[in-house]
Design a protein around this ligand. Structure first.
Ligand code: ATP
Length: 270
């Protein structure tokens, strides 16, 4: 058996009874697991499709940024989750995904896990995980969400991450050796499906206080910058839909995440 089939078998065994909810493809390499799933958009067979790649040659972050990974040193995968028509506004999805990752890390023994709005997971201020959510709406108003997650498990010596000072990995964040990638992924998928099921029926409101408990910048001054002029203020937490509440000189401003990209109708999901 190749490593990828060994890994798939191990993942299925760690998932146990949950395995039937997922369609797993574990491959050697691709440009980006998010791009592959968005382009291929598997038909709806009632399962959540998961694409794991040992190596990404063009891993993506938000707004054209790069996500760096190292075979064996990283876990990079994307999950296709379908939400029925009428699901609450997708703005909170990145936050729900971040919370699922944070809870998984806590369960395996990481302390000091923090969430940085909208989509980063930090450990004591250093970035351990990146999340990229991309959406494809269908004609029946259901929504296909592709959630890409990259986790640093054990960065090789001398690994340099561009444009980012504080970076960490699981090997440093844990006192014992990190779990295997299939075991870690099984924990993550279990947590993601639990929180997405809750999100689908109750929206982000149901997850808001758990998110805020881990907010890395609660009551701290922050600057929000992006396509428009930068805005400074104190971070007052998040709204019921996942928007950031920024206390500025002009009063409270709701900042919407710029990490969610909508694509035009098309593909099999339409
Ligand atoms: P930031 O982390 O600066 O707030 P962002 O949330 O927009 O940015 P993402 O889209 O989550 O960032 O990820 C892309 C960025 O993450 C890159 O620009 C780089 O700074 C950083 N990065 C890339 N690879 C890694 C990695 N393996 N570990 C930690 N950070 C990384």
């Amino acid at each position: 058996m190749s490593d990828t089939s060994t890994n798939t078998a191990s993942l299925l065994s760690h998932l146990g009874p949950l395995a039937s909810r997922f369609a797993i493809a574990w491959i050697d390499s691709c440009a980006s697991t998010n791009s592959s799933l968005m382009e291929r958009m598997p038909g709806d067979d009632g399962r959540a499709h998961v694409l794991v790649a040992d190596r990404q040659t063009a891993g993506r972050g938000r707004r054209g940024r790069q996500w760096q990974s190292w075979p064996e040193g990283s876990l990079t995968f994307s999950l296709l989750w379908r939400f029925a028509a009428g699901t609450p506004a997708p703005a909170g999805l990145s936050l729900a995904a971040g919370l699922a990752v944070a809870r998984t890390l806590e369960r395996i023994g990481v302390s000091g896990v923090q969430l940085k709005w909208p989509n980063d997971v930090l450990v004591n201020g250093e970035k351990l995980v990146g999340i990229l959510v991309e959406l494809q709406p269908a004609r029946d108003r259901s929504l296909a969400a592709v959630i890409g997650i990259g986790i640093n498990i054990s960065l090789p010596p001398g690994a340099h991450v561009e444009h980012h000072a504080g970076v960490t990995d699981l090997a440093r964040a844990l006192e014992s050796p990190p779990p295997s990638r299939p075991a870690l992924l099984a924990h993550l998928l279990a947590e993601l499906q639990q929180l997405f099921d809750l999100y689908a029926v109750a929206g982000f409101t149901a997850l808001k206080s758990a998110w805020e408990q881990r907010n890395a910048f609660a009551e701290l001054p922050v600057r929000i910058s992006g396509e428009h002029a930068a805005v400074d203020g104190i971070c007052r937490g998040v709204d019921d839909d996942g928007a950031l509440l920024l206390d500025t000189a002009d009063g409270i401003q709701r900042i919407l995440a710029g990490d969610v990209s909508l694509r035009p109708l098309g593909g099999e999901s339409a």
